[in-house]
Ligand binder design. Structure first.
Ligand SMILES: [Zn+2]
Length: 445
């Protein structure tokens, strides 16, 4: 007997839609049934007229624990994720201390136990002095992060030689190398000035150069590489021209698809992040890439700070802590692009669920509602709207840059491995049931 059957919906996958009832057993998708086919299940739910999507996989989240828990922690960040339909998130290593060793990885696993509302994969930062990564490989991180600019010296791979060395180390391990693209030699330190000085210090050329260098290093070493948050026309064009040279994928964020530097006048510190918001031409080039299918993954770069930190006085705009919340609003902001006709629902699933799951080595469990996969299910009612507002945000950041946005479609229920965790605006799981998951299938493209 099935544990659960959802009846009357249309299933949305990266490849298209299918009218079917969905059966769940032991936390996994057990059957896709012809509509109204008799089946016995302990629980039967009617979801007529709704869409069922695989839970979203946010590939770029900073949960801030350990060390920065006044900004966010495992509990608050994954609560926000669950309420937004992100059933798996991939946690970046830039906390205090950075996650860069067996010990720091184990500490994170221990701290997170019993406090996760969604499943979480852990990412590791590659130190400059790294030489033996086999112990790290055994932990099954979902990626290794290679930083080329704007990070402490211990993690800075700022020359092509050090980037090459990093990717050569990763190649035999099969772990996805994620490169935050930049070029330290093109960045300027900013000691005074406002938004304009900040923008000038982080030029699109630095991003585009970083992308070119990462793809060349990946081509030469035959290592799989993923390019992190990209938002310039030159960067996207560089990726488009060069991607065929290597096994490479690219990511952008909803905020970079929606805002330009003009929005700093309205949102100020709340929009301050790296890379900076760009011109309307850059944003439009990014949107064109989204429509044309060039963007592999949309992730949020959820990087919250406390209200006190964002509201404090800073001598220069560049000094404001960079980053904003986003994990709770990934689905809603992407529904905006669906409503506008930029993408369709299968494309949303492809960029926010299927692709990140496959790319980060968890595609055997996540990213699809195929039989045997984890029953991470979103119920989306197209007859209702979603209004994003500050008060509804569960992140410790306490605000959203998308306040006031209204989009067609509303998330009415979220299942994590077959268990209902969110329903009609409320988290309903009696206790957090999220798990740390590893990349069990390194090497899948
Ligand atoms: Zn980030």
């Amino acid at each position: 007997m099935l544990d659960l059957v959802l009846r009357g919906a249309t299933i949305v996958e990266a490849g298209g839609t299918l009218r079917a009832d969905l059966g769940v057993s032991s936390g996994r998708v057990a059957a896709l049934l012809d509509p109204e086919t008799p089946a016995t299940a302990r629980v039967e739910r009617r979801v007529d007229g709704c869409y069922l999507l695989p839970g979203l996989v946010d590939a770029h989240v900073h949960l801030r624990e350990p060390g920065l828990t006044h900004k966010e922690d495992f509990e608050s960040g994954t609560r926000a994720a669950a309420a937004g339909g992100v059933t798996t998130l991939l946690d970046m290593p830039t906390d205090e201390p950075w996650t860069d060793s067996v010990q720091t990885y184990a500490d994170k696993q221990r701290l997170a136990a019993g406090r996760l509302h969604v499943d979480v994969g852990l990412q590791i930062a590659l130190r400059r002095d790294a030489y033996d990564l086999h112990a790290l490989r055994a932990l099954d991180p979902v990626s290794v992060e290679v930083f080329t600019a704007d990070v402490p010296q211990a993690y800075l791979h700022d020359t092509q030689a050090s980037l090459m060395r990093a990717l050569k180390l990763l190649k035999p391990l099969g772990i996805l190398a994620c490169v935050s693209p930049g070029d330290q030699s093109l960045l300027q330190s900013v000691s005074k000035g406002g938004v304009d000085a900040f923008l000038a210090s982080r030029p699109p050329l630095a991003e585009a150069t970083g992308i070119a260098k990462a793809i060349l290093a990946a081509a030469e070493t035959k290592t799989r590489v993923h390019i992190r948050q990209t938002n310039s026309a030159l960067g996207v064009a560089t990726f488009g021209r060069m991607r065929g040279l290597a096994d490479a994928s690219i990511e952008t964020t909803p905020q970079c698809l929606l805002f330009t530097a003009d929005d700093y006048a309205r949102l100020g510190a709340d929009l301050k992040a790296s890379p900076p918001m760009r011109s309307a031409e850059d944003r439009d080039a990014l949107l064109a890439a989204l429509r044309e299918g060039l963007i592999d993954i949309v992730a949020t770069d959820h990087a919250p700070h406390s209200r006190i930190e964002k509201k404090a006085h800073y001598d220069t705009f560049a000094d404001i802590p960079g980053g904003m919340p986003g994990v709770q609003t990934l689905l809603a902001t992407m529904l905006h692009f669906v409503a506008r006709g930029d993408i369709d629902l299968p494309a949303l699933v492809r960029m926010c669920s299927a692709n990140p799951a496959q790319r980060f080595g968890i595609g055997n469990r996540k990213g699809t509602l195929s039989r045997g996969r984890d029953a991470d299910i979103l119920v989306l009612d197209p007859r209702l709207d979603t209004r994003i507002h500050h008060a509804g945000q569960l992140s410790r950041a306490g605000y959203t840059p998308f306040d006031g946005m209204q989009v067609p479609g509303r998330l009415t229920a979220v299942f994590l491995r077959g268990e209902l965790v969110y329903e009609d605006g409320q988290l309903v799981a009696p206790a957090p049931t999220g798990q740390i998951i590893g990349a069990s299938n390194h090497g899948i493209a």
